[in-house]
Design a binder for this molecule. Structure first.
Ligand SMILES: [Zn+2]
Length: 114
């Protein structure tokens, strides 16, 4: 499963960061997930407990911030949601577009307890 691999990479990065900064416990990980990445947030939530079991992140909450997949039409400059419009401009029907957002897959914040 794609999502498990992503989570393993994310948790490794968080643990490296914690180690480098002398952090012994993490309360919350805020992860930005772009709609255009194809990553399914439900799957991330489902596989997360298995990904952190037995690690220092076992008690850390996973918070997902979904970034809408937006694009600008190259034909008429309409800005629209790519997922909702299934990849075509709702104003003129063109598929020529510039992706503005939705490709994110970033650790945005790490919160420590207290
Ligand atoms: Zn258009």
């Amino acid at each position: 499963m794609h999502e498990l691999g992503i989570l393993m990479a994310v948790t490794r990065q968080v643990m490296d960061f914690a180690r480098e900064n002398g952090i012994s416990e993490v309360a919350e990980i805020v992860l930005e997930v772009g709609e255009g990445t194809g990553v399914v947030p439900e799957y991330l939530r489902t596989v997360y407990p298995a990904a952190v079991r037995g690690t220092m992140l076992e008690n850390a909450q996973l918070v997902l911030e979904i970034i809408p997949g937006m694009a600008m039409c190259e034909n008429c400059h309409e800005i629209y949601n790519v997922i909702q419009s299934q990849g075509a401009c709702p104003a003129c029907g063109s598929r020529a577009k510039e992706i503005l957002s939705g490709q994110e897959l970033n650790i945005r914040e790490i919160h420590v307890p207290g």
